[in-house]
Design a protein around this ligand. Sequence first.
Ligand code: SF4
Length: 694
Amino acid sequence: VVRVGTPDRSVVTTCAYCGVGCTFRAEMRGEQLVRMVPWKEGKANRGHSCVKGRFAWGYANHQERVRNPMIRERIDQPWREVSWGEAFAYAASEIRRIQAQYGRDSVGGITSSRCTNEETFLVQKLVRAGFGNNNVDTCARVCHSPTGYGLKTTFGTSAGTQDFDSVMASDVILIIGANPTDGHPVFASRMKQRLRQGARLIVVDPRRIDMVRTPHIEAEHHLPLRPGTNVAVLTAMAHVIVTEQLANEAFIRERCDWDEYQHWAEFVANPRNSPEALQPVTTVDPQELRAAARLYATGGNGAIYYGLGVTEHSQGSSTVMAIANLAMATGNIGRPGVGVNPLRGQNNVQGACDMGSFPHELSGYRHISDGETRSLFEADWGVTLDPEPGLRIPNMLDAAVEGTFKALYIQGEDILQSDPNTKHVSAGLAAMECVIVHDLFLNETANYAHIFLPGSTFLEKDGTFTNAERRIQPVRKVMRPLNGLADWEVTMGLANALDLGWDYAHPSEIMDEIARLTPSFAGVSFARLDALGSMQWPATAETPDGTPVMHIDGFVRGKGKFVVTDYIPTDEKTGPRFPLLLTTGRILSQYNVGAQTRRTENVAWHPEDLLEMHPVDAEDRGMKDGDWARLASRAGETTLRVKITDRVAPGVVYTTFHHPATQANVITTDYSDWATNCPEYKVTAVQVAPSNGP
Ligand code: SF4
């Protein structure tokens, strides 16, 4: 007897939520997904999962999935369903019309960290080879672009140094600007396992995250810094390490540029960079900071893990480099248990960056101005590439408002909800003549779209994702695409309507092309991935099975580079009108702007974003738990309920950004990282006042 819901086959694939990259067995009955079972062989998760990966796939069959392409000439017109052929032809004719009228550089594209490596590679290829410019960017712009810049500059490659297993060899774990319990739950469990075995913990975070005190784990040092002062805290830690002669000079002399180290050491040793001198800036107890620095430098294998609390600042790239400086100064690089480890947010943000999604880089982080690299691609693609870097997302929007940028192909990102300064994003989109949205649902950005191309979920396609530990993992088709085409086929349809003549029969052929053109992927193929289960790049002739720990014998760039990172305060200031600092984060059960998790049946999904506020600040305003509050910044305002808690310090408020009703990015400012334009989501001066509700 076969019970309803009893699976009759299973397919091993990879979770499409966060950068941990858990693998699952998707158990199927016919075309119906019955359940997702975490896979014991999965090297990233070893049979574990969180609530999102296990239960939040229901959106794949949600009634709001768009099944057919749609077009409309103007955004005030109703949508008209069309065939794929008509949609591709219309999109291509609009792109060519706009380029003829406004110039080659008036169009661009955005790749998605939610899509596979192969799909991302095709979008950037479409822009470079089909649109004829480098106006391609990715949603990593708003999260980990400073990681790309900072680690490329200091170590020579834009990726974390360790595999997840490495944490089991750590003696000291330093978490800064990350909340692993909520953001990367399965890796957090591994970290907790090591902490319960006796590793010591330092947390640098404005908020008392769970890891500070959780059953059987207590951080030895929690440095509750004022939001926006990461660089000052890290500089003060470096001051202690250098002035107390705790630096690992043997490592530095052998592995790093000694002159640059001396220049940096002289800078951090300046008395103005001591914990005491910087205390008015950081608000961190100098003795606690000194003790944390000593522990990191002398406690054995020291590993640093960081997240968006590091990158989403006007000094995001400086903070990443300040972290790299600390690791090099203490010799905590190049073996298990140490390293600098960005906890990537989205499932394939590492991969999207690897695949050449930035306007200045081809795949493998090679600059577009490099003629040798360009000629490799030109010979393979049969085109001439523009040597000039293209526009970043914020520059595309600026140019649209100015009237010189007119068409945008957006794959899998709701920029109206996820990018900063919603008013500016909507003004940019409204000024374009052709917005092509390629997504699962009619998202907020689609309100400004002229062409909607329905997307496919991770369950409906083959390909690969690359997780936070550089692990390339198979994504395998579990069911047929609801709309008839996988995302890579949609991009290929668009390319061929532009006469590019692509003829990929399967994503494995796209990976073969990636491997052919990208040295760090030289040994990667679907056949190798099927044989090994996964591979961590670089996978080359010398390291055919991949590389769990990087920079073992030398840095990718040769000598490690120390960079002076002076603390420069953000231009976002508190004052009498906006006296509090708002910072933001996630909760375990929701994912980003909630497009998927909100469309999954489960009572665990929290129904609204809350504003955390310290009891002292609440009392000042006569507010109590559950009251409605009006949250206003210089950019805009919103309404949400208050949760009174001493997890945040007086003067700091905190919220999540999962629900469209909150519109958290109406509040955030235009300030961004000096090197990469990553928005400063984590520091906004606000006022909070009682409200009667939305
Ligand atoms: Fe998916 Fe991340 Fe949860 Fe793993 S930890 S199941 S990758 S959301």
